[in-house]
Design a binder for this molecule. Structure first.
Ligand code: NAG
Ligand code: NAG
Ligand code: NAG
Ligand code: NAG
Ligand code: NAG
Ligand code: NAG
Ligand code: NAG
Length: 923
């Protein structure tokens, strides 16, 4: 039995194996047959792909190396084929940093259904041969560098459901031929240079669900026909030059969730029944247009509304509080820069209705005509509120104590109203406050000492009020303070030492136009990062402390109209960044030190009305009469003739006694009399002038330095125009910008924030970056964190512009550059080395937290117009990892940094900072 069954089993096994082998053979034969059938088509796909590869000129990740003969093309990276026919269905090479053009041969990939080449650096034209792809459903060429027109042939891709050409530099108009793409569900052309009008035939795309045409140069009107797209969910045409009314048919598309027409020239009124017509609204943006009329009264019916932004229009009337109050999901409510309110009592009563908007985070009524007092119902606003801006209205009365309830506020703006009485001590409960604007009111009483409890404060503006008493020493606890502005109040007492020890102060300390007495504490030397110090128009006395010279970042130093005496400290020669020095109207004496003429950055110097004596130097700043003022120093002599000082005696040792004779005595006496008369006149003038100076104290120091809005950045970069684009990549885009008010050239880096956490941590990052200041470090001028016209987070960093690019480009000029002048002399090299060394010394020894650069190389050393070196990309990683306690922040930052370090070849790194754009700038 045992034996028999064993033989039986062997037999079964044998039969099974036999069958299996036969089966294998037949399938092999079958597939060969199939293969030979499709071989021809297969081969043309392979040739087309190889041709595609040929046009790629740079491939930093080396993805294309897998496109080789040893493996079948269906296994090449980014290629997907049909399982049996082996014809190419998808080509997906998103975010591979590929450079090159797209070969017309893609048109030979007959069965292609999807092309995704987004986020690379393809340029040239979009091949018209793509029109041969009859099966194509998805075409994504977004975030590349295409500059040519949209090929009309695309109209033949009748199956197209997604056409995404966003963020290129595509010009021309949308070709009319595309009206045949009746299957389109998503048409995304955002962020190009498209011109002409928005074609009315888009209204025939009945399947369209999202339409993104923003950030182009479309003109004319929004066609009525667009209202026929009954299923449209996302409608975005912002940042164009559209100048019509919004046709009522658009408000008839009840499916719309996102509606954005911001930053155009649109006019007309918003329909009162907006909320009933568009009951599914989630986001509504129509800021920066010319809309008139009232805020719609039917918003309660759009119960899902989260963001509602009407900023910068010409809207009038009152706020329909009851309506808005019922919007439980409301997060963002922005009415700023309109003509809302009646300037009367009760204007702000709508606050009481907002109590039910428990998710509200941002509320702005800045720059309107709201009058009356702040109602007590302020206290009932959502404790989620992070930003409350009521500035530039006609608001009277006092700031209620209940402001202390809004414990999550990080931005509070009350500036330039008519608020009076004292600021309640409860303000100290706003422990998360980062920015506080109270300037330009009628506040009186003391500066609340509880402000010292708000340790997160970075900017404190209390200027132009009637605050009295002394400056509370507790402000010294605000260890993150970058800006302190207390000018033009009635402050008395001395400058507390605690304040001058606040080494975080890196932008400005302004306490001008008060009645402060005593001396300037020698601790002022601890303000090593400070850019601007303004203590003018006080009653400060004593000598100017020589420690001030330790504030090596000082660019603007205003000490005028005090009672300072003694000499200009010799140590001032270290203030190499100084651009403006005002020490007029004091009792300073002694000679004008030679080194002042050698302060290279100095652009204006005012020494008037002191008791300086001796010979005025002629070099440097002193060689330019329009940059120096020396009047009212009667014992000064010499200088350049344009300054009209009397010549110095040939040799001051030789007294002129021997020359005395009646012939000279009489003229001298006459001259003396004349001088007395003239000086009386000047004294009178200077007294008059002093009061006028109060308004002139900002001088050339720019307010925009302290904060810059999204719209200012839009203006300065011509609407982030392609002409201003100097570099882009997955980190974001970099633009050269010109600040309109003064023509300062800057570099604006707009971060591409894909990750949630990255956006939250941005403020921290800026704070860290900004507290690091040194003459030889690339300076971050400011940062802008805002919401763009799509309602997305917008973050950017603004850096100073470096004319001479990176050191790298000087040391190793590329062969194709003709660079006859690009040679550094030995002295220049030495100076650059010294500059870099001082930057490192600062990073290692003089920062609050020591910073290790980790990535110092010529590429990261940038040269300004005078070839002074500025180290960029200064160990961001280290700085952030060490200073941040917020673990989520460190995580997101570290993952970003890890993603870039190592992977990116030399010359292409600095993923996060700015060297790349600067280099590009030179090309
Ligand atoms: C693509 O097709 C065209 C026309 O059929 C042909 O001339 C061309 O050689 C093909 N390209 C490749 C790379 O096979
Ligand atoms: C071809 O590509 C495969 C997959 O990337 C790779 O392993 C192989 O080394 C490549 N062969 C050649 C000859 O480059
Ligand atoms: C939209 O489609 C209709 C019907 O197919 C056609 O008559 C009309 O011309 C099209 N509109 C535009 C603007 O092309
Ligand atoms: C809005 O839609 C309704 C029904 O679909 C239609 O009767 C009405 O004419 C439309 N109004 C406008 C202004 O298009
Ligand atoms: C609008 O909302 C109000 C109250 O919330 C409700 O009574 C009314 O029926 C709604 N109107 C429409 C057209 O849905
Ligand atoms: C807030 O909501 C509650 C309950 O839904 C309601 O009773 C109350 O009237 C609302 N308050 C305001 C001010 O709208
Ligand atoms: C500051 O905070 C502490 C404790 O948080 C509190 O005791 C103190 O009263 C506060 N100071 C002021 C001036 O409000």
């Amino acid at each position: 039995m045992m034996e028999h069954s064993r033989i039986n089993r062997k037999l079964v096994l044998f039969k099974f194996l036999h069958g299996f082998i036969l089966l294998c053979m037949s399938t092999c034969l079958e597939s060969t047959a199939l293969r030979s059938l499709t071989l021809l088509g297969n081969e043309s796909d392979r040739l087309a792909l190889l041709d595609f590869k040929k046009k790629i000129t740079a491939d930093p990740f080396d993805v294309m190396s897998s496109w080789n003969h040893s493996i079948h093309f269906c296994n090449w990276v980014g290629v997907s084929c049909h399982r049996s026919t082996k014809r190419v269905l998808m080509l997906n090479l998103i975010s591979k940093k590929l450079v090159g053009s797209i070969s017309p041969s893609v048109g030979n990939l007959t069965y292609l259904t999807g092309i995704n080449l987004g986020d690379n650096n393809f340029h040239g034209e979009i091949p018209p041969e793509m029109g041969r792809l009859q099966s194509l459903q998805y075409l994504n060429l977004s975030h590349n560098s295409f500059r040519e027109k949209i090929p009309t042939n695309l109209s033949q891709c009748a199956q197209l459901r997604l056409l995404n050409l966003q963020y290129n530099h595509i010009k021309g108009s949308i070709p009319n031929q595309l009206s045949s793409l009746l299957n389109l569900e998503h048409l995304w052309l955002y962020g190009n240079n498209l011109t002409g009008t928005i074609p009315p035939w888009i209204g025939n795309f009945s399947l369209l669900s999202s339409l993104y045409l923003g950030e182009n140069n479309f003109q004319g009107s929004i066609a009525n026909e667009l209202g026929h797209i009954t299923g449209l969910v996302e409608f975005s045409v912002e940042l164009n030059n559209l100048s019509s009314i919004v046709p009522s048919s658009i408000y008839n598309i009840s499916s719309i969730h996102i509606f954005s027409v911001a930053e155009n020239q649109l006019h007309g009124e918003l329909p009162p029944n907006l909320g009933i017509m568009l009951p599914n609204l989630v986001k509504f943006f129509c800021g920066m247009n010319k809309f008139t009329g009232n805020i719609p009264v039917s918003l309660s019916n759009a119960s899902r509304l989260q963001r509602f932004d009407l900023a910068a229009n010409k809207l009038t009337g009152s706020v329909p509080g009851e309506d808005i109050g019922s919007l439980k999901s409301l997060v963002w409510l922005n009415f700023e820069s309109n003509r809302l309110g009646n300037g009367k009592n009760g204007d702000l009563n709508f606050f009481s209705f907002l109590a039910n908007c428990t998710s509200l985070e941002t509320l702005s009524i800045f720059q309107n005509h709201f009058g009356g007092g702040i109602p007590g119902s302020l206290a009932n606003l959502s404790t989620q509120l992070k930003s409350l801006t009521l500035g530039e209205n006609l608001i009277h009365g006092s700031l209620p104590n209940s402001i202390g309830n809004l414990i999550n506020l990080n931005r509070l703006g009350m500036e330039r109203n008519y608020l009076d009485h004292s600021v309640p001590n409860e303000i100290g409960k706003l422990q998360k406050l980062v920015v506080l604007f109270l300037g330009g009111n009628k506040f009186s009483g003391p500066i609340p000492s509880s402000l010292g409890n708000i340790t997160s404060l970075t900017k404190l503006y209390m200027e132009d009020n009637g605050f009295s008493g002394s400056i509370p020493p507790s402000l010294g606890n605000c260890r993150d303070l970058l800006i302190l502005s207390l000018s033009n109040n009635n402050l008395t007492g001395t400058i507390p030492k605690e304040l001058t020890k606040l080494s975080s102060l890196s932008i400005s300390l302004e306490i001008a136009d008060n009645y402060l007495t005593g001396s300037l504490p020698s601790e002022v030397g601890d303000l090593v990062h400070l850019t601007m110090l303004n203590i003018s128009n006080n009653k400060l006395s004593g000598e100017i402390p020589s420690t001030l010279s330790r504030c090596v970042s000082l660019e603007f130093l205003y000490l005028e109209a005090n009672k300072f005496e003694g000499k200009i400290p010799q140590s001032f020669k270290d203030l190499r960044a100084l651009e403006e020095l005002y020490i007029s109207d004091n009792n300073l004496s002694g000679q004008i030190p030679e080194f002042i003429g050698k302060l290279e950055a100095l652009k204006y110097l005012n020494l008037s009305y002191n008791n300086f004596e001796g010979e005025l130097p002629k070099e440097g700043i002193f060689s330019n009469a329009s940059s120096v003022s020396v009047v009212g120093n009667h014992r000064l002599c010499g200088g350049i003739p344009q300054l009209h000082l009397h010549p110095c005696p040939k040799n001051s040792q030789h007294s002129s006694r021997g020359l005395l004779s009646s012939k000279v005595v009489i003229p001298i006496a006459c001259a003396l009399a004349f001088i007395i008369v003239v000086s009386c006149f000047f004294i009178a003038c200077s007294m008059l002038k002093k009061s006028r100076d109060r308004h002139a104290t900002t001088r050339s120091y720019k307010d925009w330095k302290s904060s810059v809005s999204y719209s200012e950045l839009v203006k300065s970069t011509n609407g982030f125009s392609v002409d201003n684009l100097i570099g882009s990549g997955s980190f974001g885009s970099v633009y050269k910008g010109v600040i309109p008010s003064d023509g300062t050239i800057v570099v604006v880096k707009v971060l591409n924030l894909q990750q949630e956490g990255a956006s939250k941590s941005f403020i921290d990052e800026c704070k860290a970056l900004r507290s690091v200041r040194h003459r030889n470090l690339l300076k971050i001028i400011t940062a802008c964190s805002s919401i763009d016209n799509q309602g997305k987070d917008f973050k950017s960093l603004v850096f100073e512009f470096m004319e001479n690019g990176s050191l790298d480009s000087w040391l190793y000029p590329r062969c194709e550059e003709e660079s006859p002048n690009k040679r550094l002399s030995f002295m220049q090299r030495l100076n650059i080395a010294i500059d870099v060394a001082s930057a490192l010394d600062y990073l290692h020894h003089h920062c609050e937290t020591s910073i290790v650069h980790c990535d110092l190389k010529p590429n990261n050393v940038l040269l300004d117009k005078d070839l002074v070196a500025h180290v960029g990309d200064f160990g961001l990683a280290r700085l952030l990892f060490e200073t941040s306690n917020d673990s989520s922040f460190s995580q997101t930052m570290s993952s970003q940094l890890k993603g870039s370090i190592g992977y990116i070849p030399p010359g292409m790194n600095n993923e996060f900072l700015f060297s790349v754009p600067i280099n590009l700038l030179l090309n």
